[in-house]
Design a protein. Sequence first.
Length: 354
Amino acid sequence: MPQSSSPLCLLRLSALGDVTHVVPLVRTLQRANPQQPLHWIIDKAGHKLLEGLPGVHFHTYDKKTGLAGMRALRRQLMPHAPFAALLQLQVSLRANVLSAFIPARRRIGYDKSRSKELHGLFVNERIPAHAGGHVLDAIGRFSQPLGITQTVVQWDLATPPAAVAWADAQWQDDGRPVLAISPCSSHALRNWRADRYAALADHASTHGWRVVLVGGRSELERQTSDAILAQAQHPILDLVGRDTLKQLPPLLARANLLVTPDSGPMHIANAVGTKVLGLHAATNPERSGPYSDRRYCVDRYDDAARRYTGKPASALAWGTRIEHAGVMDLVTVEDAIAAFQRYRQDHPAGHRTA
């Protein structure tokens, strides 16, 4: 690819897991063309997580500002315009409309199978079509119309030293392996029952593990965490609502294993090298599970497909969500304990190894 100094613009507003998936694309673009400025339109939460990412100029958009905010964003972007290309990494109607306010010669979007909400009307090029695959790999293919192939997946979330120091101060490293529990997704129907988390926590505790609860400040997360604490028979360190988004990555990095449904913390943990015991029934782990290693996931997605759609998972459109009330009850305590034991068998000393 010829080297260019004309800026590129990336549009991906949310959610935390998805903006984490975009970081390897940023690294790929920077390796190929270190001098090319990169601008990223993102939401406030994503910016809090990724602020300080080297070589990236962030522009935040608040969906509450509507069209007025879109016009304000365009004015903010004009000194950098026109962009050599816009990478339109989100297919929601709001993001599609927002993309029309971004001055760019090339407007690169998803292939037709991944398009929805009028996406095709707002782009003039598409990434190569590819059946199936992980969300992160689809995002990585946005480099291909630019003559670049993503062959290395690298994160580095630009964590400041103060955030690392805060995480290090939350518990003393006494040699015990650490199981972190992040119990809630923003999609409530992906969430597991509190009594089942408590049972898994007790199992880990009886094997000499420290158990730590992590999560945000929402009422659902607080209620769920309180229910876990009330039903667990062994001590759990409660850190729910105490960290910032900048402190979350180093906090998760201190764990040996994170148990969580399909959620932002799942993908942040994966990005910092922590193994994930993902709980999947509503979503397909092959599409949206922890990218680097899914050996310790519980996969009841096919069971969910058969029960709620009458079809095997292989017959569903790729990416179909099965978010029905009770679907996560298909994931049993025994499933989670078996996954936990797989990790223990592979890491007999509890060490963080590949």
